[in-house]
Design a binder for this molecule. Structure first.
Ligand SMILES: *Cc1c(COP(=O)(O)O)cnc(C)c1O
Length: 485
């Protein structure tokens, strides 16, 4: 019997020689790709089912050669992808899978470390402790934070609110749950512009959407501390049990910054857990002159910042900090007999701090990315993105019929076209048409948001390849789309 080369061992993995050859080819492919992702349209044709139509719908029965699989990746899968590493990607929050991060992912897959316990990856655990502390120092935060890496900010915020729910041991939620007992409804507070992950955490934790209280924001979209204080007082008077406040540094729609210091005062008075969501904006702390945007964060109980958003680390890598790891551990630790280890009181076993048992070796990519750019290199790049945003906002302000819709403290600009001829009731639809036309170009991908009843366009700069030329192209496309029929 002769087997194809990659199946030289019918009971084993694909052969080493085949792997080596394909891996070399793939490295060349990836290097070419990262060098010029704009050879592909940033958005694929948006035809639901188009990829499925190219795929074989029955599972493969026989082994197929890697070379053929990679060929099919290129012809069947790639044409249906949105290219996040494209310099024209300016939608949502643009990000970058940087070269050091890509290399780290390759190593992570090869090592396949599961850092659930210290002993299942001693270096993984200790690297996570050290790199999260590097990030703390880079962002200018004080000592005393416990750091861990999760997949997403959604997870980190869920953990923060789970800890807040457990902060008063008398409630004993971990044992008794929330339902069918002597407990009033728990309440969580955040601004009307806070991220939906807070609502989802409330849904997941049994707190319920009705108990997420959205606090009014001021004219610059920042939570009003006085309104927060009033809401808490009213809730207490009505018999509710406030447990936590979530402040945001860089809201998702408009990147506004809540007054964290003033909110921390309220939380101190009311003895509430303060979580700060800096999923996107938190990284600005790496730039000395922007560090003031994080004022007050040091007074919080927990803080999340995504390295996979604006810190050049491939999806996914969300860094979660808490000053109260003991409470987080109380919320989540449950050590089955087969997971007990002799060293458990001397080390951090990260499984004790979340609902995940297994965990990826994400610290490796953060370590490699931070080293490959250095604090100065990171600050320079973040600053550059903010300068590009200011340039873009300048073009919008100077152009007739265009307006900037909100302050832009980071690298994201919200704006819209309000031409003289268009009736007020049709301005939203007019801007939605501009968005569609621009995105059909394949050169640029932008998104939108609603500021109350107002539809606004949004340009988010965060990819390392995006430069002034791409921004100029975006502006030219926007102007052309706005003046079209
Ligand atoms: C993007 C974002 C999130 C969610 O991030 P994930 O990592 O995708 O869960 C949460 N909060 C803010 C402010 C964000 O911008």
């Amino acid at each position: 019997m002769t087997l194809p080369p990659h199946e030289s061992d019918p009971y084993g993995d694909v052969g080493a020689a085949d792997f080596r050859e394909r891996a070399h080819e793939l490295v060349d492919w990836i290097a070419r790709y990262l060098d010029a992702p704009e050879r592909y349209p940033v958005l694929p044709p948006l035809v639901p089912g188009a990829t499925r139509a190219r795929l074989t719908l029955e599972p493969p029965q026989q082994a197929e050669p890697l070379a053929k699989i990679l060929e099919d990746f290129e012809s069947q899968v790639l044409p249906g992808l949105t290219h996040w590493n494209h310099p024209g990607f300016m939608a949502y929050f643009a990000n970058t899978a940087s070269a050091p991060g890509v290399l780290a992912e390759f190593l992570m897959a090869a090592l396949n470390v599961n850092g659930m316990l210290w002993r299942t990856g001693p270096a993984a655990t200790e690297l996570e402790q050290v790199t999260t502390d590097w990030l703390r120092q880079l962002l200018g935060l004080s000592e005393g934070w416990f750091g861990m890496i999760n997949d997403l900010a959604s997870t980190s915020t869920l953990y923060a609110l789970a800890a807040a729910r457990e902060a008063d041991p008398a409630l004993d939620v971990r044992r008794k749950g929330l339902a069918g007992r002597d407990l009033p409804a728990l309440r969580i507070y955040c601004s009307q512009h806070a991220h939906s992950s807070i609502d989802k955490a409330a849904m997941t934790l049994g707190i319920g959407l009705d108990n997420v209280i959205r606090i009014e924001a001021d004219a610059e979209f920042r939570m009003k501390p006085a309104a927060l204080r009033d809401a808490i007082a009213a809730d207490r008077a009505a018999g509710f049990l406030p447990i936590a406040v979530v402040a945001t540094v860089g809201t998702t729609s408009i990147t506004s910054v809540d007054p964290v210091d003033a909110i921390a005062d309220v939380c101190a008075e009311e003895k509430l857990w303060l979580h700060v969501d800096g999923a996107y904006g938190g990284v600005a702390g790496a730039v000395p002159e922007l560090r003031h945007l994080l004022d007050g964060v040091d007074r919080a109980d927990s803080f999340v910042v995504n390295a996979h958003k604006w810190l050049f680390t491939p999806m996914d890598c969300s860094v979660f900090f808490t000053r109260r790891p003991d409470v987080l551990k109380r919320a989540f630790s449950l050590v089955a007999a087969y997971l007990e280890t002799a060293e458990q009181d001397m080390v951090v076993n990260y499984m004790d701090y979340g609902f995940q048992l297994g965990r990826r070796f994400r610290a490796l990519k953060l370590w490699m990315v931070l080293r490959a750019f250095g604090a100065e290199g990171i600050a320079r790049r973040i600053r550059h993105h903010c300068e590009l945003a200011t340039t873009f906002a300048g073009w919008v302000k100077a152009a007739h019929g265009w307006e900037v819709a909100a302050p832009h403290p980071f690298s994201t600009v919200c704006f819209r076209h309000v031409p003289a001829g268009v009736p007020p009731g049709e301005v939203n639809a007019h801007n939605a048409r501009i968005l569609d036309r621009v995105n059909e170009s394949g050169d640029i991908f932008i998104s939108h948001t609603m500021l109350g009843p107002t539809y606004v366009l949004r340009v988010a700069i965060g990819n390392l390849r995006t430069g002034a030329d791409h921004l100029a192209r975006a502006w030219a496309l926007l102007c052309a789309a706005a003046s079209g029929p």
